[in-house]
Write a protein that binds this ligand. Structure first.
Ligand code: X8Z
Ligand code: ZN
Length: 653
């Protein structure tokens, strides 16, 4: 038998060895953290320099689409990717998961996901080239006007010509022509490229240990249940969408007759926008109170001789009034605020951070319209975010998530759009508000916000299923129309086939830009607005004098400082922390947008009842087939039958 004293002694020795090991380990990890901090200083410096070089090359190409600029951009992108790969290899050698310093751990965590730079060099180049090629096809596409006889006039581009036709023409044939030719000019050229793009993107995602590229796109939300959360938001918002959809269909039928059916999906070319993503341009002939004088912001801006620069100065004045930062001198010198006449460029509006803390730019082919006035605020919201987080370490110079980034300018535009604000800045005459006019205004805003929701959602539903392999390249186009019908309740003006590739007619699809961010933004911006308006003492749910849609936080520095506090955080903390700073809530909440539109929602429900309008939609009679030949063979019966690949979901309540 071993004496008790020896057992005790042994236990003590073991305990001391154990403690020693722990201490040694901690000493090791402390040393490693020290080393990691020094490594990070150098790495952040290199990342900033590379991000700056890359942004300069990308800007040069995006603002002048020459082959020389493309080659230069591709070369720099490859160099940067090589550096990133080397850095990543070193990052993975650290035990960063065990670091006690949260900030340090979070930066390493971000560096530990390499992205497309994980691809072998040749494949990385190939992927970049494919995306640039698709973007260039999109940006250079031109079509002929409806009745053109010779090819001379065939120089209509998306911005401004086609956007303008879709917005103002009420000639259904002209709209159909424009809608179709735009897609003909891009879709077939991009279809093959897109298939290769999907394969290479998935390969990159798998090299980063994701199952496919959809998982890679979702990882930044840092929530394994994010998809479900988004689905639940959509379910909450759907009833409001169905009401506006039913009302608009009734009005379009009055205007265009039988090409709009009583119970079917709405033809997508009649909604005032190339993608039927916002419907505000058709407001004019369907206002709730048509006899109440309605202001036309586009006409007012033109009458007051607003220029592109003045539009941006107006936007800047708002940000400054709430204690946010003025645009630096370089912004005004380097931005492109109007479409240049002498060269091709990517007109789709964008905001750029050059990662040197000084250079921030917008590129926008600004036209003097109400829509572009709002887009200017949207873009400046991005710049304001860049400015507020510019002193964060490199990896935290992002939005709390990409939906936050998209929401800031729109949040400001919610105030700007109120009658109260437009009067303050002299864009509306200083008359007393007519409640009917206020509802007209809310309806117009609903046509650009509520209508966007299903589009904002389905863009990535379509891509997620492609990346995961659930949708194969044989079904790209028909699946697209299935989702367009299911979620938006719209249909193409003519039958479609797999020889078309309609998704490519939308910028973000060809440019590899995820789209869920906009859906999230359209929920968050109202959540932010509600909180800031409460703080500003301008919103009380049961006070008709203090309704959410009439709130304007202009010059309110209490609201502005709170917003600033959130913006300054960048992505240094998970997004629920940032959301909490501004709203006290840690989850996305659809009641913000529902509260905002409550008066409209009530009006729409009553009006639809009065009109006995059908809520929802029956199946489309348009079909989607494998080939165009099949469409011809089946015609004319093709216009009354559906095929299995075609739109298949009935959405009615
Ligand atoms: O792409 C944009 C911005 C640039 S981030 C102009 N937006 C989406 C779109 O145009 O489709 C803003 C709202 C939706
Ligand atoms: Zn944006």
């Amino acid at each position: 038998m071993i004496p008790r004293i020896i057992i005790c002694h042994l236990a003590l020795v073991c305990f001391l060895i154990y403690c020693d090991k722990i201490l040694a380990k901690d000493a090791n990890i402390e040393e490693e953290e020290y080393e990691a901090r020094n490594f990070l200083i150098l790495l952040n410096r290199q990342s900033e320099r590379d991000a700056n070089r890359l942004a300069i090359a990308q800007w040069a190409y995006a603002s002048n689409l020459t082959d020389e600029n493309l080659q230069a951009q591709l070369a720099i992108a490859s160099e940067v990717a090589k550096n990133e790969k080397e850095a990543w290899q070193r990052v993975t050698q650290f035990n960063w998961q065990r670091f006690s310093d949260y900030n340090l751990r979070r930066q390493f965590q971000k560096y530990s996901v390499l992205g497309t730079s994980a691809l072998p060099e040749e494949k990385f180049k190939q992927l970049n080239k494919i995306i640039s090629d698709m973007e260039t096809i999109y940006s250079k596409a031109k079509i002929c006007p409806k009745d053109s006889k010779d090819g001379k006039e065939c120089n209509l581009s998306l911005e401004p010509d086609l956007t303008q036709i879709l917005a103002v023409s009420r000639d259904a044939e002209e709209l159909k022509h424009t809608w179709l030719k735009w897609r003909d000019a891009i879709g077939p050229k991009c279809r093959g490229l897109y298939k290769d793009y999907v394969e290479l993107s998935n390969e990159a995602a798998r090299l980063n240990d994701f199952t496919d590229n959809s998982q890679y796109w979702l990882h930044d939300y840092e929530d394994p249940n994010f998809k479900t959360a988004v689905f639940n938001l959509w379910e909450q918002l759907k009833p409001l969408y169905l009401q506006i959809h039913a009302y608009v269909r009734t009005k379009l039928r009055e205007k265009y007759g039988d090409i709009v059916s009583e119970k079917g999906p709405i033809p997508a070319h009649l909604l005032g926008n190339m993608w039927a993503q916002t419907w505000n341009n058709v407001a004019e002939f369907m206002l709730p109170y048509p006899d109440v004088r309605d202001h036309n912001l586009t006409a007012i801006l033109i009458e007051k001789n607003y220029t592109a620069t003045e539009i941006f100065k107006t936007s800047e004045a708002f940000f400054k009034s709430i204690n946010l930062t003025a645009m630096p001198e370089t912004f005004w010198n380097n931005s492109i605020l109007e479409k240049p006449a002498n060269r091709e460029l990517i007109c789709h509006a964008s905001a750029w951070d050059f990662y040197d803390g000084k250079d921030f730019r917008i590129k926008q082919c600004t036209e003097v319209t109400d829509e572009q006035f709002i887009t200017a605020h949207h873009e400046m919201g991005h710049i304001e975010y860049f400015l507020q987080y510019k002193d964060q370490p490199f990896q935290f110079r992002e939005g709390a998530n990409d939906g936050f980034h998209e929401a800031i300018g729109d949040l400001i535009a919610l105030s700007v759009n109120s009658n109260k604000h437009l009067k303050k800045i002299g864009l509306l005459p200083n008359e007393k508000d007519d409640p009917k006019g206020v509802l007209n205004n809310l309806f117009k805003l609903g046509l650009s916000k509520i209508t966007f929701l299903p589009f904002g959602y389905l863009m990535d539903l379509w891509r997620w299923d492609i990346f995961s392999g659930k949708t194969t390249s044989e079904d790209y186009n028909c699946k697209w129309w299935e989702l367009r019908e299911k979620y938006q309740g719209v249909e193409p003006p003519v039958d479609r086939s797999e020889e078309d590739f309609d998704p490519a007619g939308k910028y973000h699809i060809v440019a590899d830009v995820p789209y869920l961010r906009y859906f999230i933004s359209f929920v968050l911006q109202y959540q932010f607005h509600r909180s800031l308006c409460e703080k500003a003492g301008q919103y009380e749910p049961n006070n008709v004098e203090k309704q959410l849609h009439e709130c304007d936080i202009y010059e309110n520095t209490v609201a502005g400082n709170l917003l600033k506090q959130m913006l300054e955080m960048g992505s240094s903390k998970p997004w629920p922390d940032a959301l909490e700073v501004l709203t006290g809530q840690r989850t996305m909440d659809a009641t913000g947008i529902l509260d905002f539109f409550k008066p409209l929602s009530k009006w729409l429900e009553e009006e639809n009842k009065k009109n006995n309008a059908f809520i929802g939609w029956e199946r489309s009679k348009k079909v989607c087939t494998r080939t165009r030949q099949e469409l011809l063979e089946n015609s004319p019966s093709s216009s009354t039958s559906t095929v299995s690949e075609g739109p298949s979901t009935t959405e009615s309540t």
